[in-house]
Design a protein around this ligand. Structure first.
Ligand code: ZN
Ligand code: ZN
Length: 255
């Protein structure tokens, strides 16, 4: 599995970090974990074959995590030549179907019927959801908003866990146990800590408690960016730590 951190920012406008979006590619699967503002242009900038996206998985309903999803469907509808035939699947915690229906009330019926098959499904926590014969998605509730979940993708070669937005959670650490790559939010420095987000130190604690093999930090608000987040997380976790930038690439497993 390949991971590209397409957008490592938040809702805070930034010239270097767009809102949350992470690309996972493996064979024919091309998955976005969240689809925040700026994602489409970043996908083009990084040369990722966004016309071939098969799935978008949302972690929660804050707009810095889904705001560009209608744009993506619109772009697939009007700029795919020849016209897209392949199905496009939108997954998320319970409520994602309702969210898309409400959005279609405003944007128009094309959002639910763009001219290619579109599937929108609420994923129930604790039930592995197969994306193809090798890769399955799981979700796990996290303390952020009522619907918020962490996401994991498990393939024969390894497991990727993405926290989405979360506060500290020992339950999340247990669920993430043994992750080959833990992609963790790292919103704020310790002096601005909040219950619904992680500091670098808390992201490091999460990686240590989960015994993850590697920690990649994302979702940086500007105050945390220049505070050496990788160093601070690395003081709590002995494995490799990377403070991701938009466009960084990682491999999970031997592929
Ligand atoms: Zn966020
Ligand atoms: Zn959020």
């Amino acid at each position: 599995m390949e991971l590209v951190t397409v957008g490592t920012g938040t809702v805070a406008p930034s010239g270097s970090r767009t809102s949350a979006c992470h690309w996972v590619g493996r064979g024919n699967l091309k998955i976005l974990l969240d689809c925040g503002a700026g994602a489409l242009h970043r996908l083009a900038q990084f040369g990722l074959p966004w016309h071939q996206i098969t799935h978008v998985v949302l972690s929660h309903f804050h707009p810095d995590h889904w705001g560009e999803l209608p744009m993506l469907v619109y772009a697939l509808k009007y700029t795919t030549v020849p016209a897209r035939q392949e199905p496009f699947v939108i997954l998320g915690p319970p409520g994602v179907v309702r969210l898309l229906k409400k959005l279609a009330d405003g944007y128009g019926p094309w959002l639910l019927d763009p001219g290619f098959p579109i599937g929108i499904l609420d994923v129930q926590g604790g039930e592995p959801f197969p994306l193809d014969k090798d890769v399955s998605l799981e979700t796990f509730p996290v303390p952020h908003t009522q619907e918020s979940v962490a996401l994991s993708l498990t393939a024969p070669e390894g497991r990727l866990v993405y926290t989405g937005d979360t506060g500290p959670s020992s339950k999340l650490a247990r669920w993430a146990a043994g992750a080959d790559l833990l992609l963790a939010e790292c919103s704020l420095p310790a002096e601005l800590a909040m219950e619904m987000h992680l500091t670098p130190e808390q992201a490091g604690d999460l990686a240590r408690e989960a015994a993850a093999r590697r920690l990649v930090l994302t979702h940086f608000y500007p105050p945390v960016e220049n505070s050496d987040p990788a160093g601070k997380a690395g003081a709590r976790f002995t494995g490799p730590v990377t403070a991701a930038r938009d466009g960084d690439r990682f491999t999970i497993g031997g592929r």
